[in-house]
Design a protein around this ligand. Sequence first.
Ligand SMILES: NC(=O)c1ccc[n+]([C@@H]2O[C@H](COP(=O)([O-])OP(=O)(O)OC[C@H]3O[C@@H](n4cnc5c(N)ncnc54)[C@H](O)[C@@H]3O)[C@@H](O)[C@H]2O)c1
Length: 438
Amino acid sequence: MNAPTSLRDLPQGKLFRQGDVFVLFGELFGRGYANGLINEARAAGMTIIGLTVGRREADNSLRPLNAEELAEAEARIGGKVINVPLMAGFDLDAPAGEPTPTELLSVLTLKNWQDEKLDWAQIERCREAGVARFKNSVAEVMAQLEPLVADGSNVFFAHTMAGGIPKVKVFLAIANRIYKGRGDRFMSSRALLDSDLGKLILMNFDEVTANTFQYLIDGSAALRQRLEASGGQVRYTAYGYHGTEILIDGQYQWQTYSNYTQGGAKKRLEDHARTAWQQGVKATVFNCPEIRTNSSDIFVGVELSLFPLLKALRQEAPGEWAEAQWAACHALLQDGYSIDDLLAQIEAYNTDATMLAFRDFAAWPMDNSPALAEVMIGTSDDITSKHKERSALVTDHLSALVLEGTGPLMFGEAANPAGPVLWLNHDIIAKQLAKLHG
Ligand SMILES: NC(=O)c1ccc[n+]([C@@H]2O[C@H](COP(=O)([O-])OP(=O)(O)OC[C@H]3O[C@@H](n4cnc5c(N)ncnc54)[C@H](O)[C@@H]3O)[C@@H](O)[C@H]2O)c1
């Protein structure tokens, strides 16, 4: 594949209705993408079921939510939460009596992390233990879900899991330098990927971000067969990331955040959808735009691609509502700065020779570089400093709009999806927002 397969037309499909069941495969957090889909499921009258990653005790053992946590989780999602801990990855798993990967990593320091070697046979045993634990939990979830789904009804599984960074202090320091450092504090993402630490992290990303989608599709096979045999249908969606087309130089052009260390796992996620599709299962990865959430806030500069959405709104949704979005964003800036100034700065950033070199779809995900960090993190810091408050940024406003737009796009397209991997770019998001807001 050498170009994105983009959704260009607003979906017309309608499948889900009252009595159908929406299952969020991942835990719901405040600002997360999943909110967009949940709003649609609720509006369609579906029964909403949530899941949880569980919680860790002080000794790292994994437990279900306690009564108070469960009540909070159910209130947040507005539905029943099946209380089986679905934490994915194997960073804290091991066969009984053996050290976990996190324990193996505890000897790493900022001085030795690039040279230390891991015992890969031991890591593999931990991976197998983690996968077995997760698959068992999926089976338990499905057993509890079965009686909640009536024959002939439809089920929408929305996969939202992504992550897998092991909780070791040294990685926090490394991550801060790779994703936030420039000048003397710059660190090369390639140095991480070439180390044993980096290889382990990529394996864990594969498990959390990609393979959980496969375990979900496999683990729900019996439910899918029962429903299909009784006139119902089952759909699977997942949130991907593989760059986004945004307005640059007056045209929608593909660009990406670099280094997106999870890129390999997101490509694997796409592969799982393609494989499922070939087997007649309607599973679709929606590659979504960069927004600011709990998960993405560590990547300084990822938010810069959001600004041109304002231009897309004027282009695809001209009128009072688009102007109100410009005004709301302008109100967040300090006196003396305008949205036009900001957009000119972003246009210069996006057409800078350093950035152009990173706009290579076939080479994705590319390593970072000192020059990239300088221009990307520098521009991000500069634009943030032009706001009245760091806690109310233009990118907060625009993230909420993207999230709102992706909800109906994914929900509608999942009724009759065009393929296993679809990009939602700024054009279609703006068109969807125009439809929602007139
Ligand atoms: N934020 C972005 O810019 C962006 C862009 C495109 C796609 N996405 C994708 O959207 C999805 C939701 O992310 P979000 O940005 O809304 O943030 P979020 O923090 O709201 O969601 C992350 C999800 O991953 C789950 N998760 C994290 N670690 C896990 C683990 N070890 N085991 C099981 N589940 C785990 C969480 O429970 C949560 O449901 C992710 O797949 C993410 O990659 C995000």
